[in-house]
Design a protein around this ligand. Structure first.
Ligand code: NCD
Length: 356
C-alpha cells in the first residue's frame, strides 16, 4: 500500500472550470497544496487538502478532535480558543451538515461567527470574489470557511487573502473536502482502533465526481490503511485512479468480500456532464448497499455515508438505519473535527504573529 500520494491526482481535477462567472485573476489550483497550507515550521496555516500532509499532522487533528468529543457538553461551549476571532462561513453551494457543524464548532470555541448570505450578497451584483474577500477582510475577519463549486476556490482565496487569515476548504468542486475526510477517519478510529494497517475499506458509487472520495483516499493512504477498494460502474470511476494506490471493482459482490469499512456515496448529478448512468433503478440494482450485500462484508463492518443520503438509490433504508450504520456518529464527529482544525490553524496564526 502506498503511504503518500502527494503528486497523484484525479486526472480531471486540474481541468475544472474557472470560478463560476466571477471575474478573478487566477483560477488555477496553483502551488503544491502542502507548501501552501503549512507554515515554515510545519504548522497548519490553511486546511485546503489532505494531499501531501504528513501522517503526524493527521494524527494530531484526530487526537485533538478526540479531546473535543470527550468534553462534557458544558465545557464544549466554554472552550475559549477562538475568543476574539471572527470566522466567516462563505458557502457558495448548498450545505446542511458541513455549514452547521462549522458554525457550532466556531461557537463552541467562542469565536464570532458570520454566515454570509451569498444569495443576497453583492457577488450576485457582479462584484468579483476577490473584492468580496477584501471587504470581508476590512471587517476584521480571521478565518474563511469556503465551499464553492469550483475546484480552485479555496486555494485562490488562500493565495490572495491577507497574511493573517486562515482558509478552510469546506468542499471545492470535485477536488477536496478535507474536514469531511478527517471526520470519517475519526469515526473509523473510534470503531476500529488507531491502527489503520489491517483495515480493508470500500468506497462505493460515484467516485468520479466525489471530492469526499478523493480526500478519503488521501487520508486513508496517509494513515496507511491496509487496502482501499473503489466500487462502481466504469463510467463513474476516474481514469488512472489505480495510481493512487487503490483497486477498482465493477462487481460489488466481489468488492465487498471481507471488508471492514463500507463508505457509500451519493450520485453527484450536479457534476455529471452527460448521462453516465442507464437509470437510478439500475444503479440501485447493481450497486445499492442492501442488507444482503452488507452480509458479504465482515460481520462487524461499519457502514458510512457523508450525507446527504438518497435512500433506495445508493443505500437501503434498512442498512442506513441498521445496527452497523455509523452515519449519525459521522455527523456528531464533524463538530469535534472542525473544532480541532479551527483551533490548529488559529494557533499557527498566533505563532506567526508572535514571531513576526
Ligand atoms: C458531501 C459534499 O458536499 O461534498 N456532503 C457533505 O459535505 N456532507 C457529499 C455530497 O454532496 O454528496
Amino acid at each position: 500500500m502506498s503511504k503518500n500520494n502527494s503528486t497523484d491526482s484525479f486526472p480531471d481535477e486540474r481541468t475544472e472550470p474557472p470560478l463560476g462567472q466571477q471575474p478573478v485573476k487566477d483560477s488555477s489550483p496553483g502551488p503544491l497544496p502542502s507548501s501552501m497550507q503549512l507554515t515554515s515550521d510545519g504548522k497548519l496555516k490553511h486546511f485546503l487538502t489532505i494531499e501531501g500532509l504528513p501522517p503526524l499532522l493527521l494524527e494530531e487533528i484526530l487526537d485533538r478532535a478526540e479531546q473535543f468529543v470527550s468534553l462534557p457538553n458544558k465545557a464544549k461551549v466554554q472552550a475559549p480558543l477562538l475568543r476574539g476571532k471572527t470566522v466567516m462561513n462563505l458557502f457558495f453551494e448548498n450545505s446542511t451538515r458541513t455549514r452547521t457543524t462549522f458554525e457550532l464548532a466556531a461557537k463552541r470555541l467562542s469565536a464570532d461567527l458570520v454566515n454570509l448570505d451569498i444569495r443576497n450578497s453583492a457577488t450576485t451584483k457582479g462584484e468579483s470574489l476577490l473584492d468580496t474577500i477584501r471587504n470581508l477582510e476590512a471587517m476584521g475577519c480571521d478565518m474563511f470557511v469556503v465551499r464553492h463549486s469550483s475546484s480552485s476556490a479555496a486555494h485562490f482565496i488562500a493565495r490572495y487573502c491577507a497574511p493573517h487569515i486562515s482558509v478552510i476548504n469546506a468542499g471545492d468542486g470535485r477536488h477536496a473536502h478535507p474536514t469531511q475526510a478527517m471526520l470519517d477517519m475519526l469515526t473509523i478510529r473510534q470503531f476500529k482502533g488507531r491502527d489503520f494497517t489491517p483495515l480493508k475499506v470500500a468506497i462505493i458509487g460515484d467516485i468520479k465526481h466525489s471530492r469526499v472520495a478523493r480526500s478519503q483516499i488521501h487520508a486513508l493512504t496517509t494513515l496507511c490503511a491496509g487496502e482501499i477498494r473503489l466500487i462502481g460502474p466504469q463510467t463513474l470511476m476516474p481514469e488512472g485512479i489505480e495510481k493512487m494506490g487503490v483497486t477498482s471493482y465493477t462487481n460489488i459482490e466481489k468488492g465487498l468480500d471481507d471488508i471492514d469499512v463500507i463508505i457509500t456515496l451519493r450520485l453527484q448529478h450536479e457534476r455529471m456532464d452527460s448521462a453516465m448512468l442507464p437509470s437510478i433503478r439500475e444503479f440501485y440494482a447493481r450497486y445499492g448497499l442492501t442488507q444482503e450485500r452488507l452480509e458479504l462484508a465482515k460481520e462487524d463492518a461499519i457502514v458510512m455515508h457523508p450525507g446527504p443520503a438518497n435512500r433506495g438509490v445508493e443505500i437501503d433504508s434498512r442498512v442506513a438505519d441498521g445496527p452497523q450504520s455509523v452515519i449519525l456518529q459521522q455527523v456528531t464527529n464533524g463538530i469535534a473535527v472542525r473544532m480541532a482544525v479551527m483551533s490548529m490553524v488559529m494557533s499557527s496564526q498566533a505563532a506567526t504573529t508572535v514571531e513576526s
